[in-house]
Design a protein around this ligand. Structure first.
Ligand code: B1M
Length: 216
């Protein structure tokens, strides 16, 4: 297979051996971010489709996710950083309670960090109490929550209600993302619930644009 097709295939097949050599070769003709967006994420999309239609079993999905993570970790030092653009603000980022999916969240971390934000990445399965403690401790300017399961969309709603109850909504804008969310659910339903600002980001770049807008 040609290089980029082979790289995409590696994600689908969970094939780690020789990954770094292929990524190095890919970097000769494309920037790291483009490799992630156009090639690696295309592979993850196929994984999602195969899993969703019952053609791929969970251990293989896990293997694909591991290769994806290894590839992103390898590419990260090769990404462009906005050096003169530091100190734009602090965001606490987490995957919500009950949800282990973190590839998208970690991409958001990388994009925001490379563009001047301080990101406090709490990891997966984080209850709102932990998220809010971290926000307070780090004097965060915003909270970002990721979740890929349908039930995570309910958790996000409960989290926003909890934030209202604690009286922190006005000072903590919230950024939400993850495959189970829709723009209309966030912009209509959740905006009604939350007493502060809540935005939906389709991908990590929209997350960056929204953070820039929030901090402006
Ligand atoms: Co699971 N999984 N999974 N999974 N998994 C999904 C989400 C699923 C849609 C697959 C399917 O059925 N087609 C399905 C959910 C169905 C539903 O809820 N209705 C599902 C399921 C069912 C499950 C389990 C329940 C399976 C089981 O155990 N029987 C289980 C859940 C465990 C749990 O959470 N409690 C499970 C487990 C796993 C693995 C561990 C094997 C693995 C995750 C490994 C990991 O993350 N470390 C995994 C994977 C890999 C997937 C799919 C195939 C791929 C997810 C992914 O990484 N995509 C996924 C299929 C799919 O999403 N369609 C699936 C790439 C990633 C970059 O995309 O995270 O969406 P994503 O991020 C995007 C945007 O959404 C956005 O930016 C990114 C792009 O730039 N974004 C944000 C995300 N977060 C953001 C936050 C922001 C802003 C933007 O601001 C804060």
């Amino acid at each position: 297979l040609p290089l980029f097709e082979r790289l995409e295939r590696r994600i689908v097949d969970g094939e780690r051996e020789g990954l770094e050599a292929d990524l190095l070769a890919a970097l000769e003709s494309r920037p790291a971010l483009e490799i992630i967006n156009d090639t690696l994420l295309a592979g993850m999309k196929t994984v999602g489709e195969l899993f969703g239609s019952g053609q791929m079993q969970l251990p293989f999905v896990l293997a694909s996710a591991e290769v994806m993570k290894a590839a992103v970790a390898f590419l990260e030092p090769h990404m462009e950083k906005a050096e003169d653009d530091q100190g734009k603000g602090t965001i606490v980022l987490a995957t919500v309670k009950g949800d282990v999916h973190d590839i998208g969240k970690n991409l958001v971390d990388i994009i925001l960090t490379n563009n001047g934000y301080t990101v406090v990445n709490l990891g997966i399965k984080q209850p709102i109490s932990t998220i809010l403690s971290a926000a307070q401790e780090h004097r965060a300017d915003a909270v970002g929550m990721s979740g890929l399961l349908v039930k995570s969309t309910v958790v996000m709603k409960e989290n926003l209600q909890e934030m209202n109850g604690r009286g922190v909504a006005k000072e903590l804008p919230v950024l939400l993302g993850g495959a189970a969310l829709t723009r209309s659910y966030v912009e209509n339903d959740l905006s009604e619930v939350y007493e502060g600002r809540v935005d939906y980001a389709r991908d990590a770049f929209e997350g960056l644009r929204l953070m820039d807008a929030t901090m402006a």
